[in-house]
Design a protein around this ligand. Structure first.
Ligand code: NAD
Length: 502
């Protein structure tokens, strides 16, 4: 039976609410190119209503209901959300697959990660109760000092389409654990499962206004959220270009931001690897999620002595990647999310050709798929560092390759990018891996693998890939304000000024 896209409204103050302007955005299945539903399109008017609801939620009952409740209290809601997500896993995974095109098995994996992330931040919320007030030792006995960690306030969370529900969860779970109230604005290209998160919140009875979910276009719903005077912080994941706009909007109000942006990450393959294992990690590192991964290791650097044999292996492994409707069993590569993104990926490939690179394999629509935004897994060789394909993020299943002769050359090429999100090194020499790990100018390094990601480990980049860290124990800090409290505990007067005559 065909999967129905549930008909939803905006989720504001614990209720479904029609957008003020009543506009909707079509949901297009990237396999069939057909419209299969729609989602509401919020505008600045809806943002205002949602921000007001979030502020009320924060201060309701003097804050006791949420912001200043115990972490253990908030953890109960996070665990209830995790349990409901797990209960609805099969339905959510299917919706994710038809909305953004990722293979069903990957989508199911994402939904497990979503539940796991809510669970993890429930643990963090509980542990927070013993950490939110910490003493500070001072050099003067007349003063006592402690630090309070408090929710930063109302937060705006803006997310992309490649892991629609998971990227939202990476922000929602720590924000709620910290005691913030939030407005989530997912990507207009895939927000169906984020509206289902709203339904989950309703079902578990999350206090109204604690989480509001506004689907809508970036300039119409994201921009007013970023510039709203009553939003205390923006956490953004998306492209570097939009991240820069968000940061500029926030700068007008000196509003803090964290930015998780794009990348052009390297994978360095040394001559001592097992060729098959290294080939599989190299392809997974770039083609997972249909190649639409911020941290995709999309620049392959391979030692010149094994380059020919390794490329040969890569092509053979590529031929075994099942490209199909994401709902088909065994699918390992689905379509690109939208026609616009598909055109962009194809343009990158044709520009690479025009600039003199060689398309070793792929580079076109698979012959057995006449419809849908499908691109074959593509490997590009004869790449020069001046070429667009070397410098810019494609966000599709396209791997570009260069060879190197020495470790120093590999490191120089790996760091030859304005981005700094991830990097991978494959070698049996673990001392070499350690040296290369230290030399990578990035926030995440994979050794003898590429892409695995865990809620327990901090995630984020440097350079043009952004700043701030999500996940891990530090993930909650993004949503906390540090308040210093200093107490004068002496009975003596301060004695700086001469006291007036009695
Ligand atoms: P995008 O920048 O186009 O959009 C991201 C979000 O910003 C969307 O919700 C969009 O509606 C919103 N937006 C657009 N214009 C806006 C504006 N003026 N003000 C406020 N919000 C606005 O990115 P995308 O195409 O959805 O996602 C792909 C990008 O995300 C890639 O560059 C990828 O590398 C990056 N990404 C990074 C990470 C990470 O962890 N670093 C993770 C996933 C994706």
């Amino acid at each position: 039976m065909a999967i129905q896209i549930p008909s939803r409204q905006l989720f504001i103050d614990g209720e479904w609410r029609e957008p003020v302007k009543r506009n909707r955005i079509p949901v297009i299945n990237p396999v069939t190119e057909e419209t299969i539903g729609n989602v509401p399109a919020a505008t600045a008017e809806d943002v205002n209503i949602a921000v007001e609801a979030a502020r009320k939620a924060l201060f309701r009952n003097g804050g006791k209901d949420w912001a200043s409740a115990t972490g253990a209290h908030r953890a109960k809601y996070l665990r209830a959300i995790a349990a409901k997500i797990t209960e609805k896993k099969s339905e959510l995974a299917k919706l994710e697959a038809i909305d953004c095109g990722k293979p069903l098995e990957e989508a199911a994996w994402d939904i497990d990660d979503v539940a796991g992330c809510f669970e993890y931040f429930a643990d963090i919320a509980e542990a927070f109760d013993s950490k939110k007030k910490t003493p500070v030792s001072l050099p003067m006995e007349t003063f006592k000092c402690h630090v309070l960690k408090e929710p930063i306030g109302v937060v705006g969370l803006i997310t992309p389409w490649n892991y629609p529900l998971l990227m939202a969860t990476w922000k929602v779970a720590p924000a709620l654990a910290a005691g913030c109230s939030a407005i989530l604005k997912p990507s207009e290209l895939a927000s169906v499962t984020c509206l289902e998160l709203a339904e989950v919140c309703r079902e578990v009875g999350l206090p109204p206004g604690v989480l509001n979910i506004l689907t809508g276009l970036g300039p119409e719903a994201g921009a007013p959220l970023a510039s709203h005077p009553h939003v205390d912080k923006i956490a953004f994941t998306g492209s570097s270009a939009t991240g820069s706009k968000v940061m500029m909007a926030a700068a007008q109000l000196v509003k803090p931001v964290t930015l998780e942006l794009g990348g052009k990450s390297p994978i360095v393959v040394f001559e001592d690897v097992d060729l098959d294992k290294a080939a599989e990690w190299s392809l997974f590192g770039c083609f997972w999620t249909n190649g639409q991964i911020c941290s995709a290791t999309s620049r392959l650097l391979v030692h010149e002595s094994i380059a020919e044999a390794f490329l040969d292996k890569l092509v053979k492994w590529c031929e075994n990647i099942k490209i199909s409707d994401p709902l088909e069993e065994g699918c390992r590569l689905g379509p690109i999310v939208s026609s616009g993104q598909y055109e962009k990926v194809m343009k990158f490939i044709s520009t690479a050709k025009d600039e003199g690179a060689t398309i070793l394999c792929g580079g076109k629509r698979p012959e057995h798929l006449k419809k849908g935004f499908f691109v074959e897994p593509t490997i590009i060789t004869d790449v020069k560092t001046s070429m667009q394909i070397w410098k810019e993020e494609v966000f599709g299943p396209v791997l570009c390759v260069k060879t190197f002769a020495t470790e120093d050359e590999a490191i120089e090429l790996a760091n030859d990018t304005p981005y700094g999100l991830g990097a991978a090194v494959l070698s049996q020499d673990l001392e070499r891996c350690e040296r290369v790990t230290k030399a990578f100018q990035v926030g995440i390094v994979w050794v003898n693998c590429s892409q695995p990601c865990f809620s327990q480990a901090p995630w984020g980049g440097k350079k043009r890939s952004g700043f701030g860290r999500e996940l891990g124990e530090a993930g909650i800090e993004n949503y906390l304000n540090v308040k210093q409290v200093t107490d004068y505990v002496s009975n003596d007067p301060w004695g700086w000024y001469k006291p007036p005559a009695k």
